[in-house]
Design a protein around this ligand. Structure first.
Ligand SMILES: O=P(O)(O)OC[C@H]1O[C@H](OP(=O)(O)OP(=O)(O)O)[C@H](O)[C@@H]1O
Ligand SMILES: O=c1cc[nH]c(=O)[nH]1
Ligand SMILES: [Mg+2]
Length: 212
């Protein structure tokens, strides 16, 4: 199945804390990075390795290293930035491709406003990061963009996913695996995930936020 809900106890615990409406911006931000790192660990567990010979302390030995070109991490602005350091903690050499996509609050349609992709995408695994997969419009737009640029291997890491978003990605891009900390219940009348996290961008950056 291309949807992976990672039900690790540390993720469940941290996500439970993140769902508190009164959590500070600082704590929400920190936990976004921590859960992103844990999702990265799961999403990379089958990356190919290649043998490599090095000089060890006792002479030449065989070790393994990641095969192929470096991974590119693709944060979807703004909220994806809230997961970036967490991913880079585990893959510090990754290249970063920044994509700006905003969802229109009325129509819920995704609009692309920035595309800064790294080179040699045809040889890289792309890890798209965004805390929320709601209608799926933003994620589908990001995958469309990467594929148009030649990328052949794409995975999506989201903190919370809603069924309509999962379905939209699976229908448009069945080859893309989604890794999430939780598959939530549904979307409300404004397209927000329930129970969800609220507006992830606002909670990470400390901007407009509904009173709780
Ligand atoms: O699945 P969708 O229905 O497309 O919704 C999810 C998108 O909405 C949020 O971003 P938003 O557009 O609010 O931008 P922001 O990160 O700048 O706040 C979120 O970070 C996703 O990118
Ligand atoms: O629940 C949602 C849906 C879209 N964007 C968010 O930030 N939160
Ligand atoms: Mg937002």
């Amino acid at each position: 199945m291309p949807i992976h809900e990672i039900r690790h106890p540390l993720i469940r615990h941290k996500l439970g804390l993140m769902r508190r409406g009164d959590l500070s911006t600082k704590n929400f931000r920190e936990m976004s990075q921590e859960v992103a790192a844990l999702l990265t660990y799961e999403a990379t567990k089958d990356l190919p390795l290649e043998p490599h010979r090095i000089q060890g302390w006792c002479g030449e030995i065989g070790v393994e290293k990641l095969a192929g070109k470096k991974v590119t991490v693709v944060p979807i602005l703004r909220a994806g930035i809230g997961m970036l350091d967490g991913v880079l903690t585990l893959i510090p050499g990754a290249k970063v491709s920044v994509v700006g996509i905003a969802r229109d609050e009325e129509t819920l349609l995704a609009h692309t406003y920035l595309e800064r992709l790294v080179g040699e995408l045809d040889q890289r695994l792309a890890l798209i990061i965004d805390p929320m997969l709601a209608t799926g419009g933003s994620m589908v737009a990001a995958i469309d963009m990467l594929k148009k640029a030649g990328c052949k291997s794409i995975r999506a890491l989201v903190l919370v996913a809603a069924p309509p978003g999962i379905q939209a990605v699976q229908e448009a891009h069945p080859d893309v695996h989604i890794y999430t900390a939780s598959i939530d219940s549904h979307l409300d009348e404004n397209g927000y995930i329930v129970p969800g996290l609220g507006d992830a961008g606002d909670r990470i950056f400390g901007t407009r936020q509904k009173e709780v």
